[in-house]
Design a protein around this ligand. Structure first.
Ligand SMILES: Nc1ncnc2c1ncn2[C@@H]1O[C@H](COP(=O)(O)OP(=O)(O)OP(=O)(O)O)[C@@H](O)[C@H]1O
Ligand SMILES: CC(C)(CO)[C@@H](O)C(=O)[O-]
Ligand code: BAL
Length: 295
């Protein structure tokens, strides 16, 4: 980062105060965000459901590098859970999340509750008619309607210059990018939707908050998912090998529907009652060997 940029960011931290702001009220949050942008400073925004891990940290680092101020939201959004036990068991680690955000240098955290984000009790919903119905959407009815609705509310309140979403949830990223285009969010809010690369454990397992619910043995089994999807050419054969490893396959598909001309492989599995997803560009698959035990 060049010196001018560092000085600008330091200046901004003095204006906004050194301590990280933690805000729960949507109106107060909108006011804070408007003050940041009105004073000429760029605002990056990373929406999450908390239980932060290194994947989230990467999104935050990217935002911190590209914007004067970085805002994080933590909200376990009930309308995107089609399964109530998944919602109840979703990991919540607020104190550790705030400590990590502060350590990374995040300037503001939005922690709303469900009643403040849904003053309409969820009567109003956004709905996409096509790409939200495949892959994750086919297996989690209503999920993307909940995601798009809460993301639109968060973007309207925050009006960031850039909002960051992870490649781990590639279908979600595509739907949000198209949402921004459909509703002219660049023209109205000045918001650009940014894709952040997928972060994996050394074993290859995609980092995910839900991984916390896996046993040690479950984690080792889960690592096979990536090893198999990146090495086995035929989707049917890959699904068979994943099932042999002890996971229940929900889907495993190669398609370019979400990225025309550049097909990707998408997979969702269940293991120990935990639902895991992964994806990669088909071109990134390793050909020439189908030995999934090799790293
Ligand atoms: N391993 C990862 N690499 C890159 N981005 C990630 C990763 N994990 C999560 N993200 C991104 O972080 C943002 C917040 O995700 P979220 O809080 O749902 O965490 P999560 O780990 O995806 O949890 P889960 O899948 O268990 O709900 C999303 O944009 C998501 O795509
Ligand atoms: C984008 C999001 C924060 C909306 O609740 C969530 O779906 C997530 O964390 O990926
Ligand atoms: N990161 C995806 C959000 C969800 O699984 O609900």
């Amino acid at each position: 980062m060049n010196n001018m940029r560092i000085q600008r960011i330091q200046g901004m931290r003095e204006v906004m105060g050194e301590r990280m702001q933690v805000i729960t009220d949507p109106r107060e949050w909108a006011g804070y965000c408007r003050r940041v942008t009105a004073s000429g400073h760029s605002l990056g925004f990373v929406p999450t459901m908390g239980a932060l891990h290194s994947g989230h940290a990467e999104l935050l680092r990217q935002s911190l590098a590209e914007n004067a101020v970085t805002a994080l939201s933590i909200f376990v959004n009930p309308t995107q859970f089609n399964d109530t036990s998944d919602l109840e068991q979703y990991p919540r680690t607020l104190e550790a999340d705030l400590a990590l955000a502060e350590k990374l240098g995040v300037q503001a955290v939005f922690l709303p509750d469900a009643s403040s984000m849904y003053p309409d009790d969820g009567d109003y919903r956004l709905d996409e008619q096509r790409l939200s119905r495949i892959l994750e959407g086919a297996h989690r009815p209503g999920h993307f309607s909940g995601v798009l609705t809460i993301v639109m509310k968060l973007l309207l309140l925050t009006a960031p210059n850039r909002a960051y979403f992870g490649e781990k949830d590639y279908q979600q990223y595509v739907l949000i990018k198209r949402l921004a285009e459909a509703f002219f969010l660049r023209e109205s809010l000045g918001t650009e939707i940014v894709l952040s690369p997928l972060v994996r454990e050394e074993s290859g397992l995609a980092l995910s908050s839900r991984n916390q619910r896996l046993s040690d043995e479950g984690r080792r089994t889960a690592a096979r998912l990536y090893q198999i999807i990146r090495r086995v050419t035929e989707p049917e054969e890959a699904a068979h090998r994943i099932a042999e490893s002890g996971m229940t396959v929900e889907y495993l598909t190669d398609t370019d529907e979400l990225s025309p001309g550049s097909p990707r492989r998408y997979a969702a599995v269940q293991l120990e009652g935990v639902r895991l997803i992964d994806n990669l560009p088909v071109a990134a698959k390793i050909s020439g060997t189908e030995d999934c035990n090799e790293q």
